[in-house]
Design a protein around this ligand. Structure first.
Ligand SMILES: [Zn+2]
Length: 382
């Protein structure tokens, strides 16, 4: 029997993908073989992928050769124009966190899913007297992380055996990969010292429907379903916001005395939204195909999930990617060059698979270049 991997209910609804099932991209932006089955839990309203043996094998395969931010040789994405300014994503996340929580001068932080240590580096810059630890599923980045300033330990594997308690545990882009996110958070809360906090960041489906095609994301959170998980874990959300980082949910959690009964959210509205996202992806896919058939040279804007997915759906009929992030220009993605807007051949057609709000800003920034930009006017996820 298929059960919700968040609440355990068997009361789940399969969400139909019209026409061809969507192609999938790994969270480290590599093409993935296979498709997914999508479910809506009618008890907790969480949109999710069915966590089958095949899904688990696909996720394990992705983690075994994980290569984070390979488009920029490990540098994390920059984000722009937030209330906390522009900068590396983890730095903006931590600035928001420090606004809310008064951290002492010294303490211990554990970063779950630390990969090559970008968040640890940012935290050290903000609180240089803290001792830092990282956890990752595999030990690819052990030496890289241990060499970072302030880092005392690196843990990996299924039973990491953490030493002592932590004042902050950060869980950035982890929860959406985990089969039982409430149990996962509950386990972490047991490792917190007095006044300990958990900092969570996860993709927000309502701001970014392309999250559905990320193969190793089994839960597609929004504020509602993340709140449900927090309640179920017996934690208290001091903050849970979709406004601090573009396309992400940020939460600051603290233990509470007893778990409250979690209120089931409105499942039918969640189903309607998810089917709308599928239609939106279908429109982007069709428009991308039409644009690719129209003219050459043909490029795709971006070098992350949406761009990689678009190339897969176009069965490779693409000449190049275009990115505004100088860390990515000059590198390749799936064998194609990543060009800056200025390097795009004159008159080339460049398809923007992102939302209208993003597309309009990009086109405005590069309006002086002879690029024939296309986007989908109905691509408005919220
Ligand atoms: Zn559920």
């Amino acid at each position: 029997m298929t059960r919700c991997h968040v609440c355990g209910s068997s009361n789940v609804d399969r969400l139909p993908q019209d026409g061809m099932p969507f192609r999938l991209v790994s969270s480290d932006v590599q093409p993935v073989v296979g498709t997914a089955e999508y479910l809506l839990c009618l008890n907790c309203s969480t949109v999710q992928k069915a966590v089958t043996a095949e899904w688990q094998a696909m996720a394990d395969g992705i983690y075994a050769s994980y290569d984070i931010n390979h488009q920029s040789h490990g540098a994390e994405p920059m984000i722009f124009d937030t209330a906390k300014g522009s900068g590396p994503r983890s730095m903006i996340l931590l600035r928001n966190f420090l606004d809310l929580v008064d951290l002492p001068r010294q303490g211990r932080l554990l970063d779950m899913g630390c990969s090559n240590g970008n968040l640890l580096k940012s935290f050290h810059a903000l609180r240089p007297d803290w001792t830092l630890s990282g956890y990752e599923l595999v030990d690819t980045w052990r030496d890289t992380v241990l060499a970072l300033p302030g880092v005392e330990a690196f843990y990996s594997g299924p039973a990491p055996g953490y030493e002592g308690t932590f004042d902050v545990v950060s869980v950035s882009h982890v929860l959406e990969h985990v089969r039982d996110p409430a149990a996962f958070l509950q386990d972490i809360s047991g490792r917190l010292g007095p006044n300990g906090r958990i900092l969570v960041a996860s993709p927000d489906l309502r701001q970014n429907s392309i999250d559905l095609v990320i193969a190793d994301h089994c839960t597609h959170f929004d504020e509602q379903s993340l709140s449900y998980v927090v309640d179920r874990a017996g934690l208290n959300a001091e903050l849970l916001s979709s406004r601090l980082l573009p396309k992400e949910l940020v939460a600051v959690l603290a233990p509470q005395g007893t778990a409250r009964a979690a209120a089931a959210a409105d499942a039918s509205a969640a189903k309607e939204r998810c089917l709308f996202y599928f239609r939106l992806l279908e429109e982007v896919r069709s428009a991308g195909r039409a644009a690719a058939a129209e003219k050459r040279p043909f490029g795709i804007m971006g070098s992350s999930i949406a761009a990689c997915w678009m190339k897969l759906e176009l069965a490779g009929a693409v000449d190049f990617f275009v990115d505004e992030d100088p860390h990515r220009v000059g590198h390749t993605l799936t064998g194609l060059p990543i060009l800056s807007p200025a390097q795009v051949p004159p008159g080339a057609l460049v398809f923007i698979p992102m939302s209208v709000a993003v597309a309009e800003k990009i086109m405005d920034r590069w309006r002086d270049l002879p690029i024939d930009f296309r986007f989908v006017a109905s691509n408005r996820p919220i």
